[in-house]
Write a protein that binds this ligand. Structure first.
Ligand SMILES: C[S@@+](CC[C@H](N)C(=O)[O-])C[C@H]1O[C@@H](n2cnc3c(N)ncnc32)[C@H](O)[C@@H]1O
Length: 263
């Protein structure tokens, strides 16, 4: 499954390391993951530990379980044998995918070492590694499905790693996602624009909007805010308003798109 991110040759997996025929070797951490990040890729560290911590606290209360369940329903219709969760963070969805698809071999990667360490400690049945999305340590055509939840996409690499007619499932925030939270934090609302993949490498085969309502209190309102990119882009006044909010009803709204690999 794994190939060397330096020379692309197959990696032999050992208990504490993995090594390619050229001699490039990568250590396995105590919690079980491999670190395939190259020295020149370590400048960008992925999500900030504060964001990771807030996400874990919020997601552990299963507020987004309806989304995890819907993702699993879609995965089951494709019944993959091998799946990669790209930009998996601390592995909340990856863990749910494994639980519902125990026979499927699941891989997860993220550029954040902190996130992968947490994910790896939680579930030893998933093959986790630290890697940049731009240079994946997986062999060509080695998986049937890739999931990407709120994470960056590399069309070239996903196309290379997916087998013939492989499936790419992308979940992103709907422009009206958590609009009530933004209304508290900002004086002026700017909705982001949703963009589907536009490449001959992938064909959109299913598009759906999925939403549910959340009744929140503190500290979960603050955790939700801090796990989103708004947590970093908001003025101190906006943050104070979020922290002062005792109750909030929010609409969690998502776009789920399924693509099929084209030749
Ligand atoms: C919004 S989080 C989503 C995490 C997870 N999929 C979830 O929904 O809980 C986006 C993730 O993408 C990761 N990421 C960002 N840039 C990346 C890159 N270039 N390569 C790999 N992962 C990256 C971040 O570290 C972060 O964990």
């Amino acid at each position: 499954m794994y190939r060397c991110p330096i020379c692309n040759q197959p990696l032999t997996i050992k208990e504490k390391s993995s090594i390619c025929p050229t001699g490039h070797s990568f250590d396995r951490a105590k919690s079980g993951y491999f670190n395939f990040l190259l020295k020149n890729q370590t400048i960008f560290r992925g999500d900030h530990p504060t964001q990771i911590d807030a996400r874990r606290k919020f997601l552990s209360k299963n507020y987004y379980l309806p989304l995890a369940n819907r993702v699993n329903e879609i995965i089951l219709t494709h019944s993959p044998n091998v799946l990669i969760d790209a930009g998996c963070g601390e592995g909340y969805y990856t863990h749910h995918i494994k639980n519902e698809n125990p026979a499927c071999e699941i891989y997860g990667f993220d550029i954040s070492k902190e996130a992968i360490d947490k994910a790896s400690k939680q579930d030893h049945s998933i093959h986790y590694c630290v890697s940049s999305i731009n240079r994946l340590p997986y062999k060509n055509r080695s998986v049937q499905m890739i999931t990407s939840l709120f994470a960056p996409i590399d069309e070239e690499e996903f196309h290379r790693v997916l087998g013939i007619s492989g499936i790419l499932l992308v979940v992103s925030a709907h422009p009206e996602h958590l609009i009530e939270l933004k209304q508290v934090a900002y004086d002026t609302l700017v909705k982001h624009e949703h963009k589907s993949l536009s490449t001959p490498k992938f064909k959109l085969i299913q598009h759906e909007e999925f939403s549910f309502v959340l009744e929140l209190t503190q500290p979960d309102i603050t955790h939700l805010f801090n796990m989103t990119p708004y947590g970093f882009r908001t003025s101190p006044k906006g943050k104070e308003r979020i922290e002062a909010k005792e109750n909030l009803t929010v609409n969690a709204k998502f776009i789920i798109e399924t693509y099929q690999k084209q030749h």
